[in-house]
Design a protein around this ligand. Structure first.
Ligand SMILES: *Cc1c(COP(=O)(O)O)cnc(C)c1O
Length: 474
């Protein structure tokens, strides 16, 4: 299996060669040269498999340069009931992603039972083990540099803590994350985890990461890498739970299901698109956004218009102005025409937009099963309240965005699976506002905010961050 760039001008590479990298050298994203497709017999055999067995079936089709026994061992080490142990009452941790039925035909898929209580653990935990495996083979080192406004940073740190050959330098803004989110990251005492708290806002953190990454000499000399949402292995790992959920919600492979996905960078729903291309009977993939509705606008109008500004909302992990994985979907929509992608993203990267109506491409969106909608703060609060009152289930604001939009697209006879992307414990303010009570929190994390914290507060200064890396990356 070779991987090629959506922009067509970068060399084709194998899975292990794109694992540690970011963008392709031509600025595009790597995708498989073609999607492997499961036959009906293979899909029938997959029904009844547990999470680890399914993960091997799916990932071994996409990863052919890691020996199967090694891949199986990495998966076995990642997807355990102990790692994904923060279950809600009534769930079996062995399911890894338990499916909760609210009423017949309406389900919530728990993707946030991992160490940081958000769905990014689903892929990041595997990434940590894959990185360690590949680095051990080559004797390489990796210094992961990132900026976070919440879920990504903590998921990366919990995945990389204690891993040999890997260090994490994670920039976060002094203000803006919840106390719970801060404590999750800063309470980690591992020697290879460095929290750099920047006196500034998230955008300044991100600018520093960009500035360091653009210094190619520094980047090479200090083995700087990233774990951002365009990482192919993350997308691939996420496609597994679409299979798991499908089999849990249906009795036969003649049925199809729809998924509603709280979306920001289009990573989660892109994984659903890939599962569909691999033959999973998905009726609709419903893209749910918050007030940052660049994706909803595209799926309604055919116009993709990244915004100059990001709005701060009560579902902050979906606050994005452009969706970094979207290019992978448009590449398929455009019949894998790399020249077309170069011209579309040429416009986007010079601050513009594109319109897929004129050349008929937007008309093809329905063939891919895509639908969309958006929600605002009042919708989220309403949905959290209604779901609690009607079904006795507490959901977080991101999951609420997904449920609200999913229900708008629900079709009779087609099970609807709404992705739970975070646990309510992470977003106490919204729960307090909606329900007037505190969210449940896993007992183990009861005193999280009281634990000693390890962090380095510094000014928003590129050189200071570089110096810190030099001093701590040996
Ligand atoms: C990251 C995140 C999202 C958005 O996922 P994408 O893959 O970026 O579309 C939604 N909800 C939560 C809680 C997240 O952490």
């Amino acid at each position: 299996m070779n991987y090629l760039s959506t922009r067509g001008l970068a060399p084709q590479l194998r899975f292990s060669e794109i694992l540690l990298g970011g963008l392709a050298s031509d600025g595009g994203l790597y995708v498989p040269e073609s999607y492997p497709r499961f036959s009906e017999a293979e899909l029938a055999a997959m029904r009844g498999m547990n999470y680890r067995e399914l993960a091997f079936e799916v990932l071994s089709r996409l990863i052919d340069d890691i020996p199967h026994d090694d891949l199986r061992a990495l998966i076995a080490k990642t997807y355990t009931a102990d790692v994904y142990r923060y279950t809600h009452p009534g769930e079996n941790a062995e399911d890894i992603t338990p499916l909760k039925t609210l009423e017949p035909g309406l389900h919530v898929l728990a993707l946030s039972n991992g160490p940081t209580l958000a769905f990014k653990d689903m892929a990041m935990q595997l990434l940590g083990n894959l990185f360690e495996f590949v680095l051990a083979k080559t004797g390489g080192e990796l210094n992961i540099l990132g900026a976070t406004s919440g879920d990504t940073g903590s998921a990366a740190e919990y995945a990389m803590r204690g891993k040999r050959g890997i260090r994490v330098f994670m920039l976060s803004p002094e203000h803006g994350m919840t106390r719970f989110q801060q404590a999750q990251m800063y309470a980690l005492q591992d020697a290879n985890i460095h929290n750099l708290v920047i006196r500034g806002v998230f955008d300044q953190c991100q600018d520093i990461v960009k500035a360091v990454s653009n210094d190619l000499d520094f980047k090479t000399r200090h083995h700087i890498g990233a774990v951002n949402s365009i990482n192919w292995a993350r997308v691939a790992a996420q496609s597994v739970y679409y299979f798991k959920a499908y089999f849990a919600a249906t009795h036969s492979n003649d049925q199809s299901v729809s998924f509603s996905v709280p979306s920001g960078n289009f990573g989660n729903v892109c994984a659903g698109h890939i599962a569909r291309q691999m033959g999973l009977p998905i009726a609709k993939l419903i893209v749910a956004t918050n007030e940052n509705d660049v994706l909803d606008e595209f799926f309604k109008t055919g116009v993709y218009r990244p915004r100059p500004e990001t709005k701060h909302t009560s579902s902050p992990s979906m606050d994005i102005s452009k969706a970094s994985n979207f290019e992978r979907f448009v590449f398929d929509l455009a019949g894998r025409d790399a020249a077309k992608i170069r011209s579309l993203w040429g416009a986007v990267e010079s601050g513009g937009s594109f319109d897929l109506n004129a050349d008929g491409l937007f008309g093809r969106v329905a063939e891919f099963g895509m639908a969309s909608g958006s929600s605002n703060h009042a919708n989220r609060i309403d949905t959290i309240r209604t779901v609690y009152e009607v079904y006795g289930t507490m959901i977080d604001p991101h999951t609420a965005d997904g449920l609200k939009v999913g229900l708008e697209h629900r079709e009779p006879g087609v099970p609807l699976i709404c992705m739970e992307t975070a646990q309510p414990a992470k977003f106490e303010d919204a729960i307090r506002e909606a329900l007037g009570i505190e969210p449940l929190r896993p007992a183990e994390l009861a005193d999280l905010e009281a634990l000693p914290q390890k962090k380095h507060v510094m000014d928003a200064d590129v050189n200071a961050v570089k110096q810190f890396i030099v001093d701590h990356a040996r």
